[in-house]
Each structure stands twice: as structure tokens, then as C-alpha cells.
Design a protein around this ligand. Structure first.
Ligand code: SAM
Length: 285
């Protein structure tokens, strides 16, 4: 079946009817009133819908290689694999990486039970992983704190055509917003500081990706009634010869004195030269 504009509407039905898959990955909604499972299921549906939309124009014969960063139990990869391979007949390969060896072992057991030969799980830090195949799409659902930044840095370094993340907790800059910045009267209040830190963190990530040659869109992965952590960053690598331009990122970082972590994954040389992404210019996803 070819992926079409209407396909997005099918994702929920396709996944809901995938009884064996849901039982095996333990998202068994029929027998569960567990709010965490319902929340996770809706996040996964929303993520899959966005990916299906993105690959509408993908050549059906070409293998699409995913890297799922901080995959945990890999609900997302197993669901995406099912939707794309089983339902739409798209050739896929999935790498999943997580620092938790118990979860990686669990992923391997699920993979064997489901007979998914196109999946490979790796126990490592995101930033250190070196997949054998070139990566098309980097994904991360609720990678904790700076694991989202590792994901973005890894995706940029690998020259991924898409980097799609739904960030989790944003702890790194909250305390830095207590002093020395132009909106200090706003962040005097704990709750507002908390919320503003979330917004600023996502703005820094989005501006970083823009600066290194990606077109960035922000959307909601699912309704906020399921999770407040529902912001999704979809970054598509622009084609052609691009120079890095970190001005907007630098401006924000400096204005709020955040010393944000993302640049630390790159040398000055990497960020001042012509884009690392040039090596794969002109490739169509
Ligand atoms: C909140 S869980 C999300 C798991 C999964 N993506 C999901 O949606 O169910 C975060 C996961 O990130 C993993 N993790 C945290 N830091 C990491 C890092 N630097 N590299 C790889 N995995 C990491 C943890 O072991 C944990 O499994």
C-alpha cells in the first residue's frame, strides 16, 4: 500500500488492531486502564502519524534507516516498524540505542518474539553510537534532559535527513534563569521560571538546528490532555551548500546566560566551516 495523505488517519486504527504487537510490547490497551499506557500509546500514535506524513513522497523501494535515541522499551520503533513495514510495505531498518542494558535486553527479546530481523538494539550513549548504515531519520521520544541534545548533535553529525524529537524534562537551564537576564521580573516566580525554561530550551534547540542547515517546524505530538510534554521538533535538512549560521542561537544563549549544552558536542572548527552536511547534499529523502 502506498503512503498517502489519508494514511495519517489510518495509523491509529492500524495500531489499535495490531493485537499481537501491542500484547508483546505490553501496550495492551484492551485490558488496561493504566494511564501511563494510554499516554504512551497516544504519544506513539502521534509520532507515527508525523513520520507517515513525512515519508509520503519517499521512493517505496528505498530502505529508510531510523535511529531511535534513548529507545527505552522501543514502543515507538516497534510501532513504526509495524506501521511502515507491515501496513505500507516500506522497507525499513531500525537502530535503537539506550544506556539501560536491561531495557536493551528486553528489546532484543521482543524483537525475537516478533521476528523483526530489521532491528538492531545497542547498549550505549547516544553520542557514542556508530551505526553501520547511513541514517535517514533520527527519532527520540522523551529522551531525558540532555539526551535530547545528544540526539540532535548525533543527528547533525550523521547528516540525518530528518531529526524528530519530542523532548522530556528540561532541567539544564532552569537554575541559570534566577540571575542576570533581561526577563528577570518574569522568572522571579518559580512556576513561570519552570515554564519559561522549557520554552527557552526548545527555542535554543530549534535555533541550533536552523543554524546548522535544517528547516525546523514545531508541532504537538498529541493532545496536552495526555501529556504536557507534547512539543515535537521536526527538523528537515535543507539541500545544497549551506554555511552554518549560529547568530540566533548565540544571541539567545548570551541573552539568558544559559551556556546551553548543544555546542559542546562540536568543535569550533566544525561550527565555523561550511556545513558538515555537504557530503550528502542533493540526496532526496
Ligand atoms: C523517559 S525514557 C523514554 C524511553 C522511550 N523513548 C519511551 O518513550 O518509552 C528515557 C530513556 O533514556 C535513556 N537515556 C538517558 N540518557 C541517555 C543517553 N545519554 N544515551 C542513551 N540513552 C539514554 C534512559 O535509559 C531511558 O531508557
Amino acid at each position: 500500500m502506498r503512503v498517502t495523505a489519508e494514511s495519517k488517519d489510518n495509523v491509529k486504527d492500524v495500531l489499535k488492531s495490531a493485537k499481537e504487537l501491542l500484547r508483546t510490547i505490553e501496550l495492551n490497551l484492551d485490558q488496561s486502564n493504566d494511564e501511563r499506557e494510554i499516554k504512551k500509546f497516544n504519544e506513539v500514535i502521534g509520532f507515527c502519524e508525523q513520520v507517515v506524513k513525512i515519508i509520503e513522497d519517499y521512493p517505496q523501494s528505498k530502505e529508510i534507516v531510523f535511529l531511535d535515541c534513548s529507545c527505552g522499551k522501543s514502543y515507538l520503533s516497534f510501532a513504526l516498524n509495524y506501521v511502515l513495514s507491515e501496513q505500507y510495505n516500506i522497507n525499513t531498518y531500525f537502530y535503537g540505542v539506550d544506556t539501560n542494558s536491561i531495557l536493551i535486553e528486553k528489546c532484543n527479546q521482543i524483537k525475537d518474539t516478533l521476528g523483526c530481523r530489521n532491528m538492531h538494539f545497542i547498549n550505549n550513549k547516544i553520542i557514542d553510537v556508530q551505526p553501520e548504515k547511513p541514517i535517514d531519520i533520527v527519532i527520540a521520544l522523551h529522551a531525558c534532559d540532555i539526551a535530547t541534545d545528544e540526539t540532535i548533535a548525533k543527528g547533525v553529525k550523521l547528516g540525518a535527513k530528518y531529526i524528530i524529537v519530542v523532548p522530556c524534562c528540561e532541567n539544564q537551564i532552569r537554575n541559570r534563569l534566577k540571575v542576570r537576564h533581561p526577563l528577570i521580573d518574569l522568572t522571579d516566580f518559580g512556576l513561570l521560571r519552570y515554564r519559561f525554561a522549557d520554552i527557552l530550551t526548545e527555542a535554543l534547540r530549534a535555533q541550533f538546528l536552523t543554524g546548522v542547515g535544517y528547516h525546523v517546524k514545531l508541532t504537538e505530538v498529541t493532545s496536552p490532555k495526555y501529556t504536557p510534554k507534547n512539543l515535537m521538533i521536526i527538523a528537515r535538512r535543507k539541500k545544497g551548500n549551506k554555511k552554518y549560521n549560529m547568530d540566533k542561537y548565540e544571541r539567545l544563549d548570551k541573552m539568558f546566560n544559559t551556556e546551553f549544552v548543544l555546542k559542546n558536542y562540536f568543535s569550533d572548527c566544525e561550527l565555523s566551516q561550511d556545513s558538515l552536511l555537504d557530503s550528502s547534499k542533493g540526496q532526496k529523502i
